[in-house]
Design a protein around this ligand. Structure first.
Ligand code: NIG
Ligand code: FE
Length: 426
């Protein structure tokens, strides 16, 4: 199957020498090709370049694409006149397997209750866990599938999905099996994350180490036995799991082949960043509460600092110092945190806008933060996250828009017209 996308007004975020992530000043670098073509073969990006060069020899592939030949050989030709083509967003942090929405708590928060207060009285994550425990695997699958479809239409092509609304062995396994089915049936690139340590069930209040034991001794081995998780996560924060709990759980997960990827420093400077880095986490996420020590500790590591603008917006939290982190030479990724309690939206176009408007990233930095760096944060940046020869043909064609800067600028508007994943239009 060969597809030629022709007359692209601007092909955005091309890479001639693909990188696994970008950091510091490099985050402001983003290459584009104006008046471009893109050739897809067997689900992968085969070649790209300027329309005018279709008849000349292409340095990219060593072959000589010729418009006449390409048109003849193509099974499909798509004319993108007036439109831009972008690599699909990668959303490296979501919790989309859940049963109920939580708008009543949203109103409680407007009236003055904090997220932590709601959690303390048994709401929040425990509220979701109750409803999720009562739902069947089939029901959860259908609801999560709809959410996947919805974010795909808005331009997301790769996604990480966490369990964490189970909080019992059987319920956590149920959620992870839903994620496995989503992986099997969706054209999206999906990674699964076991987040048994998301909340402390009521019956373990006052002796949460017993719940940590359950996660370590029962849940992790069962999850590993069924091969259900790529990553292991912990909500390491004030009022939730301690640094010690986190260290124990990460160690156990690592033993079973799961890579750490944790929630840290949302409520407090809690040592979460340090424990994540110590255990080689692929990412540490949230980071609203960051001191100089946390920034220093991330330097020279393989860990991707990941900011969740939707959560900070929804909870009115202080903003993570993303600008300061980039200026200090770090990488920054930005993901949606799509979940019912702190970010009930998986719209990555909105995250792109918030990156620019609230965190002062330039559009180029914001694109890198929501594609290549989030792909890195879920371990897939060798196959998605930019337009590069050999990568999966995961991209979207915009509606007619003037420039790529218009994408973050026109917040709230859906600018995605057509979605291609693995070279197939969805
Ligand atoms: O990433 N912070 C922890 N977990 C989720 C919230 C989950 C919930 O409130 O349901 C988050 O924000
Ligand atoms: Fe989260």
């Amino acid at each position: 199957m060969r597809i030629l996308i022709k007359n692209i007004k601007e092909l955005v975020q091309v890479e001639y020498q693909p990188k696994l992530r970008v950091m510091g000043k490099d985050m402001a670098q983003m290459e584009t090709v104006k008046d471009a073509y893109l050739i897809v073969e067997d689900g992968k990006i085969k070649a790209f370049g300027k329309m005018g060069e279709l008849t000349l020899s292409s340095a990219l592939t060593g072959t000589s694409p010729n418009l006449g030949e390409e048109l003849e050989n193509a099974d499909r030709v798509v004319d993108a006149t007036g439109r831009l083509v972008f690599p699909s967003f990668c959303d490296s942090h979501t919790h989309i397997v859940y049963a109920n929405s939580r708008e009543h708590e949203f109103v409680d928060k407007i009236r003055g209750l904090s997220y932590e207060e709601i959690a303390k009285r048994g709401g929040g994550i425990l509220n979701s866990a109750k409803a999720t425990a009562a739902a069947s695997e089939e029901e959860l699958y259908d609801m999560a599938w709809q959410r996947l479809e919805e974010v795909m239409r808005m331009g997301t092509g790769a996604i990480e999905i966490k369990s964490g609304y189970g909080l019992s062995t059987e319920s956590e396994l149920k959620l992870l099996r839903v994620i496995r089915r989503l992986k099997e049936n969706s054209p999206m690139t999906i990674k699964s994350n076991f987040l048994g340590a998301h909340g402390i069930p009521m019956e373990y209040r006052g002796h949460q180490e017993d719940y940590v034991d359950l996660v370590i001794n029962e849940m992790i081995p069962r999850v590993a036995d069924e091969g259900l998780a790529d990553f292991i996560d912990v909500f390491c924060d004030q009022g939730f799991f301690t640094v010690e709990d986190t260290a124990r759980i990460l160690e156990a997960g690592i033993k079973y082949g799961m890579k750490p990827k944790i929630h840290a420093n949302e409520m407090a400077v809690s040592g979460g960043v340090q424990v994540g880095v110590k255990y080689g986490a692929i990412s540490v996420d949230h980071l609203e509460q960051m001191g100089d020590a946390e920034i220093e500790c991330l330097k020279g590591t393989e860990t991707m600092p990941t900011v969740l603008p939707g959560c900070a917006f929804f909870l009115n939290l202080p903003l993570s110092p993303a600008r300061r982190m980039i200026d200090a030479g770090l990488s920054v990724a930005m993901a949606s945190d799509y979940n019912p309690g702190t970010s009930p939206s998986g719209n990555m176009q909105l995250i792109l806008s918030m990156a620019c408007i609230r965190y002062r990233l330039t559009p180029e930095e914001a694109f890198n933060a929501t594609t290549l760096n989030t792909a890195y944060a879920m371990g897939v940046s060798d196959t998605v996250g930019s337009i590069a020869v050999g990568k999966k043909a995961n991209f979207y064609i915009s509606k007619p828009i003037p420039t790529y800067e218009y994408m973050p600028y026109a917040y709230g508007e859906n600018k995605v017209e057509r979605v291609f994943l693995n070279g197939i239009e969805n």
